[in-house]
Write a protein that binds this ligand. Sequence first.
Ligand code: BYC
Length: 333
Amino acid sequence: MYTQSMDIPGQQPRAVAAAEQGAQEQEFEARIAADRKVEPRDWMPEAYRRTLVRQISQHAHSEVVGMLPEGNWLTRAPTLKRKAILMAKVQDEGGHGLYLYAAAETLGVSRDTLLDQLHSGKAKYSSIFNYPTVSWADIGAIGWLVDGAAIMNQIPLCRCSYGPYARAMIRVCKEESFHQRQGYEIMLALANGTPAQKRMAQDALDRWWWPVLAMFGPHDSDSQHSGQSMRWGIKRVSNDDLRQKFVDATVPQAELLGLTLPDPLLKWNAQRGHYDFGPIDWDDFWKVVNGDGPCNRERLATRVRAHAEGAWVREAAMAHAEKQRRKAHQEAA
Ligand code: BYC
């Protein structure tokens, strides 16, 4: 009786499909356990795919929106050399966005869909790019601190279990390293400059420090995705551990600049072997994440306008590609 019931049309394929999926799941788990990369054509659980699309697309959006605060200073960089360096850096961020959108596309989502999500305000991007750049020292602070935080977060992502994301991160990290150094060098020049320049550097540090610490994301206890992402080998180090690593690395850098980190509770804790630091204003963080920061509306409006104004470039590129395709076809015939 039981064996007969397995012959009912439609039931057997389902049973076979379930067995097949079980085997695929086992293979996926074994791959993760053995620390082998998952590649686009490999079977993966839907939730793993969705998590990657979420994280990689947010990351891509952060890179392209991240061009805006610094882009604000391209026309006002103090020297030709500084302007050339800043232009190269901002272009690099655009390039990072492109590698990351391409990595997301390997998961079966189109770039148009992702851009629609960004432009309609549905998608998140890093909180840090919703703060204004009011002085040249902000460009130094972004390079030193924001790119410094980005490296801290992205080095472990070079070991992410998803191959295309991990490989994109290797190149991104090399470029971020140059970005961090150029920012620190701007801060060094200002900190060793006139008293007014040093004050400008300190003011930028005062404004960027806390948003940069928040940029690592909520405390581990409030981080809804961390547990699963760590089990899947997407995230390798937790939000709080990365934040701590960043603070420990940055304190001596600030000392070398002769600048003061704006935290009266910052203190070396010999027992822990780390710096203790004060509480982060999470209400402010969530306000910014949810669209109500100082520059959210301006950033999104600029992004949407840039996309609309670039329509002719995309159309021209498509027309050119089509012309090349037809030419190749004719030559082959
Ligand atoms: N801003 O469970 P959690 C750059 C969201 S680009 C906004 O911990 P997860 C650079 C989070 O998305 C820097 N939202 O999440 C570019 C989640 O919301 P959803 C960008 C944030 O994913 C140009 C919720 O909070 N880097 O460096 O496990 C110039 C709960 O969080 C933020 C990356 O994107 C935030 N700061 O961990 C210069 C790196 N933090 O999705 C520099 C890749 C958290 O449920 N991403 N949220 O709606 C990651 O490593 C992780 O996604 C995060 C968050 C650590 C950011």
